[in-house]
Write a protein that binds this ligand. Structure first.
Ligand code: ATP
Ligand code: MG
Length: 578
């Protein structure tokens, strides 16, 4: 490809809405253009990267025994009603109507469609196991599309679905997919960590995410991990052991009483006012799960993990209640209290979820739904709660102890590029998707599902491989392998040698670009760094001695070599990639 013909417009500036490196660089280097919120054009350079990732994914999925198909992007409501997800999926599901008023949705994922396909085609145990996958655009009306390709509304995903006769079969396929995922991300030049995670809207019991670890804002997930054993988990799923803490307030409070605590709207103010550690305060928080009001109780030095709380209720959307909603709740129950003084008293008709940390609290401080007052020296029996069931809804913190081996946990940020789930019979059961066993009895298939964000993987690769000048693509997924730059296009020797090198590379199957533009060398170097070609061959004055400059983008290493050596080195490298 000649640079003068390549469809790419690099920008002088980063787009104003770009917050993270991958979004900034992919936009500025001419890979993507935004069409509307969370929806991007993949321009020719981007499309080459995406196709390379897709090829790696296809090769590894095929090698792992899966078969590719392609399902429709538009799906009918009726199918989603069969699985119960038409209601349950929430607002991310983009719903629409056709000209006959039939209600449809844009596929955010394809469990329903694939289960319907399997139901029609897989009737006997003899046909199982099967793993089917596709690579396709998905649409999710994300609450906050951001970070360019990392969290789009329309994005490309590989989604695979496995069908087995029993759990043992599923376990085996799950391991098989985990191994394939490791190979896929390794080949894409990405170091990933496989971490335990919450199963979310897809459902099922066991799931793992593949995380690209990063220290940038682009890492939307906190990952807790142990250095002593292999425990690692997304914060939405992580559990830990706590250090033993004394949680008996007997030294502070000799009896149970209600006292004035003016203006103690926060835990800090309250513990300062009473001169007690926050471990002696029971924190009461009001949340809205789906449309229901719920209360969470936790020891005040700890934080509620919202996904864990939501799962304890069995909801699909959670948010903290606004002051207005709390005021409404108080009015409804006949109380007069502002946030900071809320408590479980008189709330027994709303779900109250009590964290494990509350179990051992004694003689503590709690809000009693009266502004500027708290009850001190209180105990659980005083709270009027019927039969308390303790649930772990606590956010793990760095320094908590590993649930497996008891050593301290560390935290880091991660970008989720892939996700594998054991679905079990979550879809096959309600959709009546069954096979017949050797005795003629029917059973629902035992299913798994396995996703990889193709476009997110490309962006994650930029997050992991860049410097201040631009992208440093891993060679396996770079749009082109090498750029050949004549320093002066008017110099005949420089130009004829550049063309010769370029043609030799092309003939050997190397994906080369010849920067034949009549631009200053500095401009061409800048563009080459920004676009991120893994290798650069510069043909300048020293070509009169037969020498060119050879640059490795990843390391910045620059060497003077003969043009023959530059060509043969690159051919060798690329041969080993393929
Ligand atoms: P997240 O928690 O980041 O929203 P998810 O759990 O909803 O992800 P899955 O339903 O498991 O994601 O989808 C499989 C893969 O698709 C993810 O691992 C991710 O790589 C990709 N993906 C999901 N949502 C998006 C999005 N909005 N934009 C780009 N890629 C996405
Ligand atoms: Mg999501």
């Amino acid at each position: 490809m000649k640079m003068s013909k390549l469809f790419v417009q690099t920008l002088r500036e980063y787009p104003s809405d770009a917050e993270v490196v991958s979004h900034k660089m992919l936009a500025r280097a001419g890979y993507i253009r935004k069409l509307t919120s969370g929806v991007y054009n993949f321009l020719p350079l981007m499309w080459r990267v995406l196709k390379k990732i897709e090829t790696i994914v296809r090769e590894e999925m095929d090698a792992a025994g899966a078969q590719e198909l392609l399902m429709p992007f538009v799906q009918p409501k009726e199918l989603w009603e069969e699985s119960g997800r038409w209601e349950a999926y929430g607002k991310e599901l983009m719903r629409l109507k056709d000209r006959h008023d039939r209600i449809m949705c844009l596929g955010p994922t394809h469990e329903e469609v694939i289960t319907a396909i399997a139901r029609d085609g897989l009737k006997s145990y003899k046909q199982l196991p099967v793993n089917l996958y596709q690579i396709q655009s998905k649409f999710r009306d994300e609450v906050r599309p951001r970070y360019g390709l990392l969290r789009g509304r329309e994005f490309i995903m590989k989604d695979a679905y496995s069908f087995d006769v029993d759990e043992a079969g599923l376990d085996k396929e799950y391991e098989n997919m985990a191994r394939a995922y490791k190979r896929i991300f390794d080949r894409c030049g990405l170091d990933t960590k496989m971490v335990q995670s919450d199963s979310g809207a897809i459902g099922g019991s066991v799931s793992h995410e593949f995380m690209v670890i990063t220290d940038t804002d682009a890492g939307e997930n906190d990952v807790f991990y142990c250095n002593e054993c292999d425990y690692s988990a997304n914060s939405n799923h992580a559990v830990s052991k706590l250090p033993d803490t004394v949680v008996d307030g007997k030294d502070y409070f000799s009896k149970t009483e209600i006292i004035d605590t003016p203006n103690t709207h926060s835990i800090e103010k309250l513990s300062e006012f009473l001169k007690i550690p926050p471990t002696l305060i029971l924190k009461s928080l009001v949340y809205i799960v789906d449309k229901k009001t719920v209360m969470a109780l936790i020891r005040a030095d700890k934080t509620v993990e919202e996904t864990k709380l939501m799962n304890a209720i069995g909801g699909i959307e959670i948010r903290i209640a606004s002051s207005a909603e709390i005021a409404e709740l108080m009015a409804e129950k006949g109380f007069d209290a502002v946030p900071g003084f809320i408590g479980p008293k008189g709330m027994s008709d709303i779900p109250i979820i009590v964290d494990e940390t509350v179990r051992d609290m004694k003689n503590f401080v709690v809000g009693i739904n009266i502004t500027d007052k708290h009850q001190v020296g209180a105990n659980l029996k005083d709270l009027g709660l019927e039969e308390i069931k303790y649930t772990d809804i606590r956010l793990v913190e760095a320094g908590d102890y590993c649930p497996n081996c008891g050593k301290p946990l560390f935290v880091t940020k991660g970008i989720e590029v892939g996700n594998i789930f054991k679905l079990g019979t979550k879809y096959s059961n309600p959709m009546n998707a069954v096979y017949t066993d050797v005795n003629g009895k029917t059973h629902p298939y035992v299913m798994g599902c396995y996703g990889i964000g193709i476009s997110r993987t490309a962006a994650a690769a930029v997050e992991a491989h860049h410097d201040e000048n631009g992208i440093k693509w891993p060679v396996s997924i770079a749009p082109y392998h090498v750029v050949v730059i004549p320093v002066s296009t008017n110099d005949e020797l420089q130009m004829t040698t550049s063309v010769k090198i370029y043609e030799q590379l092309l003939n050997a199957g190397v994906e080369a670009v010849l920067d034949d533009r009549d631009e200053r060398a500095g401009v061409k170097f800048k563009d080459a760094d920004l676009i991120g070609f893994p290798y650069r061959i510069t043909v300048g004055k020293t070509i009169s001695e037969g020498l060119v400059e050879y640059k490795v983008r990843e390391t910045g290493e620059l060497t003077k070599v003969t043009s023959e050596k530059a060509v043969s080195d690159i051919i060798e490298i690329i041969k080993n990639i393929k």
